[in-house]
Design a binder for this molecule. Structure first.
Ligand SMILES: [Zn+2]
Length: 285
């Protein structure tokens, strides 16, 4: 089996919470090899339909503002943005407030219905990006917030993103950082049964695809992107998924994690990107 990010031929088997994963020893990309397409889509749909989506969107307000500030630096006049996995269109609403013409793609019919009500039928496609048929060189920005983690082929999704971007256009990606999640898992494992008794859920998350900064860098380069820039993503605020009965404990843990990640980045002069989630930017050359 070859690593889909860096082409390394040596993938290792890893077991996490009794689930079998494969991990690349070179770039640390970790993925579940036995997830069916139906399973991936049911998980992704859960996020759009069953999830407390308004609370989750509200918890991402700081993140949305951060990325729009970044994008505002590079574009001026008429500008089009496509949000892949747009859900109910909360990010696109913020983007529209920043002067962007909003477009979306999502696999959840309910979410697409709601988004079409906000942005019009023509701008929101029901299905996968690969089937959306947008013309080449159309968008100034294409965003993948927390969606590539479920994709059967992140390479194909990103290649399609590259095709429909204008020259110089930006791709923005948010994923969990496997380096942080794995460290948290190792730390938490000896106390998991005690934590369960106190009603604390597992603090780490492993999706079907788990990326490290290095794996994202390799993958984007292979697809053909340039100017790759990776940073710690701003965290969500509060406890929208109800991970803990003690919400204030979650908020404190988040603040500590955030300052730890910032300090590590500072000490290593930008090399150690150890936060829980990654924000990645790249450009179409
Ligand atoms: Zn690899």
């Amino acid at each position: 089996m070859i690593c889909p990010c860096c082409d390394s031929p040596r993938m290792q088997s890893v077991s996490i919470d009794n689930t079998v994963y494969r991990q690349c020893p070179q770039c640390r990309f970790l993925f579940q090899p036995f997830v069916t397409t139906a399973r991936r889509e049911s998980v992704a749909k859960h996020y759009e339909s069953v999830d407390p989506h308004r609370q989750v969107a509200e918890s991402k307000t700081a993140f949305f503002r951060h990325v729009l500030q970044h994008l505002d630096r590079f574009h001026a006049a008429e500008k089009r943005i496509l949000d892949v996995g747009c859900g109910y269109g909360y990010f696109l609403e913020e983007a529209a407030d920043h002067g962007w013409l909003p477009f979306g793609v999502d696999i959840s019919s309910e979410a697409v219905k709601q988004s079409r009500g906000k942005f019009g039928d023509a701008g929101v496609f029901l299905g996968k990006l690969a089937g959306s048929g947008f013309e080449s060189d159309r968008f100034d920005a294409v965003t993948f917030w927390d969606v590539l983690v479920f994709s059967q082929s992140p390479f194909t999704e990103l290649a399609e993103g590259l095709r429909i971007l204008k020259k110089g256009g930006f791709v923005g990606i948010r994923v969990r950082n496997v380096l942080f999640q794995k460290a948290l898992y190792n730390l938490f494992a000896p106390f998991s049964s005690a934590a369960h008794r106190f009603g604390l859920k597992k603090p780490y998350v492993f999706h079907p695809n788990c990326f490290s900064p290095k794996s994202m860098h390799f993958l984007l380069k292979r697809v053909g992107f340039a100017g790759i820039y990776i940073e710690n993503s701003p965290l969500t605020t509060g406890d929208p998924y109800g991970h803990s009965r003690a919400g204030s404990l979650t908020r404190l843990a988040k603040r500590l994690t955030d300052s730890f990640a910032k300090r590590m980045l500072q000490l290593s002069r930008g090399k150690w990107i150890w936060g829980p989630s990654l924000l990645i930017w790249a450009q179409k050359p």
